[in-house]
Design a protein around this ligand. Structure first.
Ligand SMILES: C[S@@+](CC[C@H](N)C(=O)[O-])C[C@H]1O[C@@H](n2cnc3c(N)ncnc32)[C@H](O)[C@@H]1O
Length: 289
């Protein structure tokens, strides 16, 4: 696996906006490479962080990174949509803060699981290897109209039908095995606009479908708001409009929350220059009443 480092997005802004008065028990629901958690542990000496990830490799890496803080960190594997059960398993029924930094990490992008256009490994895209559905299965066995719907709904890909047809035509001849093959099929029917790869939306859509990312987010937000103590804060970093819309509406429509970010917090020029992945990031924060 390539050793591309994951740089935590909006790290300073997370530290400055997520820790309310008296915050002690904080959940990092997407611990990944532990970049945000390290920053929080260094700055707030009273914090105990419960770090969650559905990816075992991420948790193993986080454990190494957080070795110096092991007395203030608890790491648990699971999907944050099951937050109540995960925390209930260690007797935690109330929390003072929670962060969701959505999507995948640079480590996962480089892990040869088919997340990247250049991957010659089999199309997989599972964050949790215990899950059953893979991108390979969607692309090679779902109906053409189902594939088009996934690309349209989860990728906001307006050329969804044309791409689904190209996928369908190809698989009549041979199975589509790798991410590189799939990216090539999309590029053969969709022109490149600017610097963005033509398969970007297709890959986003498949990843969301494979990992049920929107369903997990919806359940995760519900559980988090229930678990938050009064004055506790929830922060969510999103990377595309589907997620951001869900978060914005959920925060605004919940009488139990006060929205602290009237507009989403975006990275500054320096951050986007150092970390191009941060370009589309938006952080929204709310406090439990
Ligand atoms: C963008 S990375 C987080 C990076 C982390 N904040 C850091 O600073 O290194 C997102 C992580 O969340 C995990 N993840 C995504 N969806 C999840 C879910 N529903 N439940 C648990 N973990 C999830 C991914 O496996 C990935 O490791």
């Amino acid at each position: 696996m390539s050793g591309q480092e994951h740089i935590a997005v909006l790290s300073r802004e997370v530290c400055e906006n997520l820790i309310g008065t008296g915050c002690k028990v904080f959940v990092d629901a997407t611990i990944g490479g532990a970049g945000h958690s390290i920053g929080l542990l260094e700055r707030y000496r009273q914090l105990h962080i419960i770090g969650i990830d559905r990816d075992k490799e991420a948790l193993d890496r986080a454990e190494g990174t957080l070795k110096g803080y092991s007395d203030r960190v608890t790491l648990l594997r699971g999907n944050f949509r099951d937050l109540k059960q995960i925390l209930g398993g260690i007797g935690v029924t109330s929390i003072d803060g929670i962060l969701f930094d959505l999507g995948i990490s640079s480590y996962q992008l480089a892990a040869g699981r088919g997340f990247s256009f250049n991957d010659d490994e089999e199309l997989d895209m599972r964050m949790d290897a215990r899950d059953v559905l893979t991108a390979y299965e969607i692309v090679n066995s779902f109906r053409q109209d189902e594939i088009a719907r996934i690309l349209y709904e989860y990728g906001e890909e307006w050329q969804s039908r044309r791409i689904a047809k190209a996928i369908f035509d190809r698989r009549k001849k041979d199975r589509i095995r790798t991410a590189r093959e799939l990216a090539g099929i999309v590029a053969s029917v969709k022109r490149k606009t600017g610097k963005i790869h033509p398969a970007t939306k297709t890959f986003q859509a498949l990843r969301i479908a494979v990992n049920d990312e929107l369903g997990s987010l919806s359940d995760g937000m519900d559980a988090a708001v229930d678990l938050l103590a009064r004055g506790g804060r929830i922060g969510i970093i999103t990377f595309h409009s589907l997620e951001d819309r869900m978060v914005k509406q959920r925060f605004r429509g919940d009488a139990a929350l006060t929205v602290l970010t009237r507009k989403a917090i975006r990275p500054g020029i320096d951050e986007t220059r150092n970390n191009p992945r941060s370009r589309s990031a938006k952080l929204r924060v709310a406090e439990k009443n």
